[in-house]
Ligand binder design. Structure first.
Ligand code: RB5
Length: 149
């Protein structure tokens, strides 16, 4: 991937893991756009999922990583934004596959589900995989078509 600008966002449940991921991927040359939050007060995950998703949908960022307690709620919010394909992953194989087969542009992680070391493995798998196109493109186009109905 030539555009290495990536948005990071979370709710209060995942601030520490988000920072760990930011440090890890900055060291790999990614330009991190961390849109918070930075303070530990409880904050609703939908607004943070939507904000990150809009950065990707507008092409301001090539990819995004979002986090909440389970990764589920923030993923659901992000997927409401047109053009976004986001999956929750708790293993590296799935993270690679959502790039290669589903052309996912956001990855969601559950900070209360997995530990930091596994999260970094998952992030590496996601960021080092590319969409394979071909028959997978046809299927991704079918997902996009749902947005028009
Ligand atoms: C916050 O307590 C929690 O509900 C949230 O982080 C997330 O797990 C929702 O899906």
């Amino acid at each position: 991937m030539t555009n290495k600008r990536i948005v990071l966002s979370s709710d209060h449940a995942a601030i520490g893991m988000r920072q760990t991921i930011a440090d890890h991927i900055k060291a790999q040359g990614w330009e991190v756009v961390d849109i918070g939050p930075t303070t530990p007060e409880s904050t609703p995950y939908p607004q943070h999922g939507e904000a990150a998703a809009r950065r990707v949908a507008s092409s301001d960022c090539a990819l995004g990583i979002i986090l909440c307690g389970t990764g589920q709620g923030i993923m659901m919010a992000a997927n409401k934004v047109k053009g976004v394909r986001c999956g929750v992953c708790s293993d590296a194989f799935s993270a690679r596959m959502i790039r290669q087969h589903n052309d996912a542009n956001l990855l969601s992680l559950g900070a209360r589900v997995i530990g930091d070391a596994l999260a970094l493995d998952i992030v590496d798998a996601f960021l080092n995989a590319d969409f394979e196109g071909g028959r997978h493109a046809t299927r991704v186009d079918m997902i996009t078509a749902i947005e028009e109905r």
